[in-house]
Design a binder for this molecule. Structure first.
Ligand SMILES: [Fe+2]
Length: 307
């Protein structure tokens, strides 16, 4: 037996640091473990980690979960996990046809909040975590989407957190070819706009893109006023080609791309200190790849991003 020590939450305005991973999914022990270790070297004092879905490839396969646990080793005990259900955790039990089911290991292995108001099928896949001055809303982008739209609005409406972050597996502004989560863009994005959500963290597309929805402005200045920042990332070795055309085309839907990347494994460290959120994406070898700073006026809700 070994003791694991960690810090519980502090006052509401204390600094919050966490790590966010896109899909680990494949070769988790051989190729993802190094990303997990580098993330721990970079942010050992992080309080929790968001795994934005597709933690493994074959939903019900014990061996893959065993690899996932082994890959993270003691770090899994050190960092509280906020897992998101991906499509690879929602597959038929047998390889042949059959209804898709949540990974049989999911509920026994993670202790997650049960939202009694939601249908049982969504339990432990849709929930909220309030930590210091941050609210994290976890959605399940695989099924029962309409039911979650109402849930999302309720949780944003009654949030008293200074910063609101939403995560789901499928990307609202998809950077990969042939991918399109139209429902999310048409039904969830308007709520992100309305309630001034700060960050949306996605996976699924095995590429990297960070963009934002700008606030309309009259004069150009260096730091720009924004609404929500959207990120899609990947931490595992499986990689897809970036669809730059599609990303550019999202301008029509009020999205502006800030940084993209392909054929790389990433992890992200997000630090929230009072009115400032610092977002940094690192490569598997620990080099900084992308950085943004958001400063928020809590009175007006106005936000500026740099660079
Ligand atoms: Fe996926």
């Amino acid at each position: 037996m070994r003791w694991i020590q960690f810090k519980t939450a502090e006052e509401k305005n204390a600094k919050t640091k966490f790590v966010y991973f896109g899909d680990a999914q494949n070769n988790v022990l051989s190729d993802w473990s190094r990303v997990m270790r580098m993330a721990y070297q970079t942010a050992p004092d992080a309080s929790f980690v968001v795994h934005a879905g597709d933690l493994i490839n074959e939903a019900h396969r014990d061996q893959e979960w065993a690899e996932w646990y082994k890959a993270g080793g003691f770090i899994h005990s050190q960092w509280t996990a906020i897992p998101v259900l991906g499509n690879h955790e929602f597959r038929p039990l047998s390889r042949k046809d059959g209804d898709r089911e949540i990974s049989i290991q999911w509920r026994p292995q993670f202790t997650l909040p049960v939202e009694e108001t939601l249908s049982e099928k969504l339990h432990e896949t849709v929930y909220v975590v309030d930590y210091q001055n941050v609210r994290i809303i976890v959605l399940n982008s695989n099924y029962n989407l309409k039911e979650q739209t109402k849930y999302l609005e309720d949780k944003l409406k009654n949030s008293t957190a200074k910063w609101n972050i939403v995560t789901c597996h499928h990307s609202i502004f998809s950077p990969a070819k042939g991918r399109d989560f139209q429902y999310g863009r048409e039904n969830w994005k308007p709520l992100f706009d309305k309630y001034n959500v700060d960050l949306v963290l996605n996976g699924h597309d095995h590429t990297y893109a960070r963009g934002h929805v700008p606030e309309p402005r009259e004069v150009f200045d260096e730091s720009e006023e924004i609404k929500t920042v959207y990120v899609t990332s990947v931490s595992g070795p499986k990689q897809y080609k970036l669809n730059s055309e599609q990303l550019k085309d999202y301008v029509k839907q009020g999205y502006q791309l800030d940084k993209s990347g392909q054929y790389m494994q990433f992890f992200q460290v997000i630090t929230i200190d009072q009115d400032k959120l610092t977002y940094v994406a690192y490569t598997a070898t620990g080099d900084e790849y992308d950085r943004a700073e958001i400063v928020k006026d809590f009175e007006t809700g106005e936000k500026k991003i740099t660079p």
